[in-house]
Ligand binder design. Structure first.
Ligand SMILES: NC(=O)c1ccc[n+]([C@@H]2O[C@H](COP(=O)([O-])OP(=O)(O)OC[C@H]3O[C@@H](n4cnc5c(N)ncnc54)[C@H](O)[C@@H]3O)[C@@H](O)[C@H]2O)c1
Length: 340
């Protein structure tokens, strides 16, 4: 089967990772184009791929390079026009998170992909990691049981983004992990936060996200923490787990700890007895492949008629819905915003 002709647009911090992975996946892909409007960056990354054509303008890339797949890794504001141009030109698209800057833009891209019969993939990178796939398995197999709550801390010093606040930058990771793991939709969101930078964007934020079935997730997001923390807790009736993405070897620890409640007297609800269970902890072996390697493999399989990967345009749209609602809540000092 012929190789997928792929191009990467946006070669700042993240785009070079896409270019490297496309280039390494040479059984499935041919890197046919690199594009950045900044000539210096284009030159610096382009030097690593001397066989690949370079473009400063996406229209020239689409016209001359005729890629089958366009990977977009520009700031969020440029996602919609670039993805739209690529879909209009008949290419499939892999777009960075978040899919677009507004719900209207994201919905338009999803619709356009359907209309053009093209695939719109969203780079929800964590859905392709061994750790998050293992969490999903623990949830689906009921090793966790019913979830009490999910708590996430995603904080570090920077990187301040030029066009979005800390919620739009970091929450897509938590929201996409949760949607992949539990497969439920968000019902409402409350967001509070504060800004300590001259642009006035929130750089510290706290989100309470309510899912179907009443599950609550609490997300702490910050660009102003002296230390980096990437930790999620999934607390369940059967067991609980801690996912620490910064741990080198034991990213996932599953604790056979928990509580059960015995209602001694149903009439007198104060008589509830709490039984604490403290059992073993195990750290399952994980697939340690780089997420983008798995992701590009899954995308190649999908483009050849295989199953669709976990992060399609519709999933990207759902995340953007929550982000937009979080922005509305932030503006109303934490008011509960429902998502229809
Ligand atoms: N999946 C992940 O884990 C992950 C990690 C980091 C960033 N990202 C996402 O990747 C995207 C890019 O982030 P970044 O930190 O690499 O940004 P960046 O600012 O470092 O790089 C963006 C690049 O895009 C180029 N660019 C902008 N508009 C363009 C256009 N119209 N045509 C061609 N090139 C254009 C810029 O010149 C720049 O080189 C963002 O959407 C971000 O959310 C994802």
């Amino acid at each position: 089967m012929s190789k997928i002709r792929a191009a990467v647009v946006g070669l700042g911090y993240w785009g070079p990772n896409l270019a490297r992975n496309v280039s390494q996946a040479s059984a499935d892909y041919e890197l046919v184009g690199l594009c950045d409007k900044d000539e210096k960056r284009l030159g610096r990354i382009g030097e690593l791929y001397p066989q690949t054509k370079r473009y400063t303008d996406v229209d020239a890339l689409l016209r001359e390079g005729k890629p089958d797949l366009v990977c977009i890794a520009t700031p969020v504001g440029a996602h919609h026009p670039l993805a739209k141009a690529a879909l209009e030109a008949g290419a499939h698209v892999l777009c960075e998170k978040p899919l677009a800057a507004t719900v209207a833009e994201a919905a338009e891209l999803v619709e356009l992909a359907h209309k053009k019969d093209r695939r719109l993939f969203v780079d929800h990178t964590f859905a392709y990691t061994g750790a998050v796939r293992a969490i999903r398995k623990a949830y689906v197999d009921r090793a966790l049981g019913d979830l009490f709550y999910v708590d996430s801390v995603r904080i570090n010093l920077g990187l301040f983004q030029p066009d979005v606040d800390v919620i739009w930058d970091l929450a897509p990771h938590d929201l996409s992990i949760l949607s992949y793991v539990i497969g439920r939709r968000v019902v409402s969101v409350k967001a509070t936060g504060s800004s300590h930078n001259p642009r006035g964007f929130a750089d510290v934020a706290y989100l309470t996200v309510e899912y179907e079935g009443g599950l609550q997730a609490h997300l702490h997001l910050s660009w102003l923490s002296p230390v980096k923390v990437r930790r999620m807790i999934f607390s369940g009736t059967n067991s609980s787990l801690i996912y620490d993405d910064l741990e080198a070897s034991e990213k996932l620890k599953i604790y056979d700890h928990g509580v059960t409640f015995d209602v001694a007297d149903v009439e007198a609800r104060k008589q509830v007895l709490v039984n604490y269970r403290r059992g073993d902890m195990r750290a399952p072996a994980l697939d340690n492949r780089e997420a983008l390697t798995t992701e590009l493999k899954d995308i190649a399989a999908a483009l050849r008629g295989g199953p669709l990967p976990p992060a399609m345009g519709e999933d990207g749209l759902e995340v953007v819905r929550v982000l937009e609602a979080a922005g509305a809540s932030l503006a109303k000092d934490g008011a509960r915003i429902t998502i229809s």
